[in-house]
Design a protein around this ligand. Structure first.
Ligand code: HEC
Ligand code: HEC
Length: 300
């Protein structure tokens, strides 16, 4: 074999090694991405959207029916329309208007773009009919403290959101006041315990005085008002890392936090003034800063 032959062989064999390696890497990446997508779906969406194999939650359509309604010819198309809706839910852009009539519009949650990309990829690529929510081994993913805290806040928000939607649906806004009165803090606390951290909501205009922001927190709220720290902020307070994330209003909140004369019906207004004579939490418009999540970041 002459030198030219030899170097040709070397080039070919290294090329094939290169191709194999990159293919291998891609598969592994896919696998990991799928697990991440499923985990994100479970913690952010499953509280309201059941997988087909489970009993319906009764407050939102199943993911299978959503996937069918969002029928797309490519992943990109599917992702684009899904993310567009989730970033600002509205009846006009809804692809299942029947669901909006039946359940009420999905509340705007403020998911991060990268989480939505993973979740929609998972929904698009999975055979949903044969999936269930059985707890698979949970993988640990590299997350910054800011992301960790945000994910804890969103999980709590989706549980509160689900319970609130259910209460309004079953008892009307005035009946749901009772739910918020008895359950909002309890639920938030129990989520904190479940997630091995502490989670609370604070505001500058509280309905329940226990939710009044302290001096530090008021300053952070002010920075949010000035459009700073859009994605939240981490501070170290007495040796603990604390994450702060905005809470904004959407249409669903107006029944209880909107204009007292035009948006809150009189039964609800009466209930509020009985339970919270010093209420400051009315007069909001949609998409306004209502308060923030304060989340202790677990150290592990
Ligand atoms: C607090 C409950 C709740 C949570 C949490 C929730 N949803 Fe929804 N979602 C709803 C309700 C109610 C509807 C039906 C009304 C509607 O379509 O707006 C809905 C509808 C949808 C639709 C169809 C929208 C349309 O009408 O075209 C999509 C897509 C969707 N959800 C995706 C998600 C994803 C992805 C997540 C998690 C990242 C999620 N949802 C989390 C309550 C929720
Ligand atoms: C059915 C009526 C009702 C609806 C709808 C409702 N809330 Fe509330 N909200 C309450 C009540 C009652 C409290 C007081 C809970 C307590 O005692 O801890 C409260 C408390 C809060 C607090 C804690 C701070 C405070 O003022 O005590 C925040 C933050 C908040 N609501 C945000 C929202 C947002 C955002 C929405 C819409 C996504 C919403 N609420 C929808 C009734 C409602």
């Amino acid at each position: 074999m002459n030198r030219n032959h030899l170097s040709f062989l070397i080039i070919i064999s290294s090329l094939s090694i290169l191709i194999k390696c990159s293919a291998g890497e891609q598969n592994e990446y896919e696998g990991k991405n799928k697990v991440l997508g499923k985990q994100l779906f479970s913690s952010n969406c499953e509280t309201c959207h059941n997988l087909p194999a489970n009993s319906p939650t009764g407050i939102a359509p199943s993911v299978l029916s959503i996937k069918q309604a969002y029928e797309a010819t490519s992943l990109e198309e599917f992702q684009e329309s899904l993310i567009q809706f989730l970033n600002s839910p509205s009846k006009e852009t809804s692809k299942i208007k029947k669901a909006v009539d039946q359940y009420g519009l999905m509340p705007k949650m403020g998911f991060s773009e990268s989480d939505l990309i993973s979740i929609s990829e998972f929904l698009y690529n999975s055979d949903l009919e044969h999936l269930n929510s059985s707890q698979e081994s949970v993988m640990e993913f590299e997350q910054s403290d800011l992301e960790k805290g945000k994910s804890l806040a969103l999980q709590t928000k989706s549980i509160l959101g689900k319970n609130l939607m259910q209460a309004v649906k079953n008892h009307g806004a005035d009946g749901a006041i009772e739910f918020c009165n008895e359950k909002a803090i309890v639920l938030t606390d129990s989520m904190g315990t479940k997630l091995h951290s502490s989670v609370k909501r604070v505001t500058d205009k509280p309905r329940n005085a226990n939710n009044m922001a302290n001096k530090n927190e008021l300053e952070i709220l002010k920075s949010f008002q000035l459009e700073q720290n859009k994605h939240g902020i981490i501070k170290t307070i007495e040796g603990k890392k604390i994450g702060y994330y905005k809470i904004e209003t959407n249409d669903m909140c107006m029944k209880c936090h909107g204009d007292i004369n035009t948006e809150i019906d009189s039964k609800t207004a009466n209930r509020i003034s009985e339970l919270y004579p010093k209420d400051k939490a009315t007069g909001y418009k949609p998409n306004e800063l209502r308060g923030m999540w304060v989340v202790e970041i677990p150290s592990k």
